[in-house]
Write a protein that binds this ligand. Structure first.
Ligand code: PMP
Length: 465
């Protein structure tokens, strides 16, 4: 779409420093190392200091330009510093920034926008509640609401699920790396397998799959000897993000929801990463027939990176007493204005349709790339939430994180940024701005092609040794 071209800093990558990081980046990276806490992570994998960004292009302090297929970790759905959204931001910040939870026209308009974008049949049954500014805050609130509503305190989460870093959110996040030294998270959380068909925990494949993961979940709720008391809620991502952009098998969500409903267990869909048109629909669950009780949202809702988060929940789940869940930074007015701007931009440019089409386009290109690369085990995804799983061998599916690490470095050197995740850090995760143009995609693919050639040469030799 021609109009989207105007929303990017330039048409593609441009590396002008003799090597990366450039001289100015080096200075800032060193200072950061010295004076900022050691938990800093992304610049250790992509060593640059940032200067400015527009759309899908980021510029570092040395003037190098990168294609950003990382999108601020799935946040920048309408692109960096989108001018259309900035107009809403500028106007709002002159008027009112902080309003606690008082009503403003700005906020009411956003709530109406959110509800109006839900499926027709259910939109009148739901409400919106804003919490602290991050995704983790929304997850904490969802867990709390489910516990208050049901009077039960257990939660069932799914392996590969990522829900945040605060105590409750971390407790339902499966990656033990984040929790190995923290033993006192919220109690009574249990994990069950997600529908990860490429690595089915029940050793099944496409031909003999009988939804064993669903049956296992059902068995847990139905047998008195699973050791797990009836939980307040289950929490899951309709497409897992950090877990490796894993799209569950068709029918998985519906089956899980049906079983939970049967037992009066609330269903929380974490749409923090998969939501806000990332997969071509407002929320990912709308691609299925599964209806959750509570939905968490954040990330892309802030338009161009303004922090905002909250819940969408069915009215009959309402169980809060006034002020039972409070917070200082609930629904910052500028973030709300940015969210409204992003909604309007998406409508005006039909980004819903565009995301579906450009997603197919990118997926096709990636499949072509994969067809002659023995180290790519699977390309999967929906819309612009795409994962590429790297393996040592397509038959054994032994994860190949070393290859991906080198591949990321090679792409970085040529001006392409992306995220890495998955159960074994072997999944390249693409969550670019939804406004990314075909030209930018073509260039990213060209960078990947050259980088794959370099890495494949290196690893074919190593693999043989
Ligand atoms: N849920 C999901 C699905 C996420 O992807 C994330 C962040 N990656 C979170 C929750 C936590 O959000 P935040 O980092 O803003 O706390």
């Amino acid at each position: 779409m021609e109009a989207l071209k105007n929303y990017h800093l330039s048409e593609g990558a441009k590396i002008i420093s003799p090597s990366l990081p450039g001289e100015k980046s080096k200075i800032l990276l060193d200072l950061q190392n010295n004076i900022e806490g050691s938990v800093v992570s992304y610049p250790k994998k992509m060593p640059i200091a940032l200067k400015r960004a527009k759309g899908s292009i980021i510029e570092d302090v040395d003037g190098n330009q990168f294609i950003d297929f990382f999108g601020g970790c799935g946040v920048l759905n309408v692109g960096h510093s989108n001018e259309f959204v900035l107009d809403y931001v500028r106007e709002q910040q002159e008027e009112l920034v902080h309003a606690l939870d008082f009503p403003t026209e700005n906020k009411i308009l956003l709530i109406q926008k959110i509800l109006n974008n839900l499926p027709k049949e259910i939109r009148d049954d739901y409400k919106v509640s804003f919490g602290g500014p991050t995704g983790s805050d929304a997850v904490e609130a969802a867990i709390k609401l489910a516990k208050i509503k049901t009077g039960r305190d257990g939660i069932i989460a799914f392996s590969g699920g990522y829900h945040g870093m605060t105590s409750g959110a971390l407790a339902v996040t499966s990656d033990t790396f984040f929790r190995k030294k923290i033993t006192s998270l919220i109690p009574n959380v249990h994990f069950v397998p997600y529908s990860y068909c490429y690595r089915c925990p029940f050793n099944k494949n496409e031909n003999n799959c009988d939804y064993d993961c669903v049956k296992h979940f059902e068995w847990i709720l139905e047998t008195g000897h699973s050791g797990i008391t009836l939980p307040a809620a289950i929490i899951l991502e309709p497409i897992q993000g950090e877990g490796g952009n894993i799209v569950p098998k068709n029918g998985f969500l519906e089956r899980i929801v049906k079983i939970a409903n049967k037992h009066g267990v609330l269903v929380i869909f974490d749409e923090i990463q998969s939501g806000f048109y990332r997969t071509g629909t407002f929320l990912e669950f709308m691609n299925s027939k599964a209806i959750p009780d509570i939905i968490t949202f954040s990330k892309g809702f802030g338009g161009i990176g303004f922090p905002i988060s909250g819940l969408i929940y069915r009215r009959d789940v309402e169980a809060w007493e006034t002020a039972e869940h409070i917070g200082t930074f609930r629904a910052n007015q500028v973030s709300i204005a940015a969210a409204r701007g992003a909604f309007d931009f998406i409508e005006e440019h039909n980004i819903e349709e565009y995301t579906k089409n450009i997603g197919f386009y990118l997926m096709d290109k990636l499949n072509m790339l994969a067809s002659d690369n023995p180290f790519i085990g699977e390309v999967r995804g929906r819309g612009l939430m795409i994962g590429i799983e790297f393996v040592k061998d397509r038959n054994t599916k032994v994860p190949f994180p070393e290859y991906l690490k080198s591949f990321r470095t090679e792409c970085f050197k040529r001006g392409l940024l992306f995220e890495v995740g998955g159960h074994y850090n072997n999944v390249l995760r693409l969550v670019p701005p939804l406004i990314t143009t075909k030209d930018i995609i073509d260039e990213a693919i060209a960078i990947m092609k050259v980088s794959i050639d370099v890495c494949s040469k290196e690893f074919t030799v190593k693999n043989l040794v």
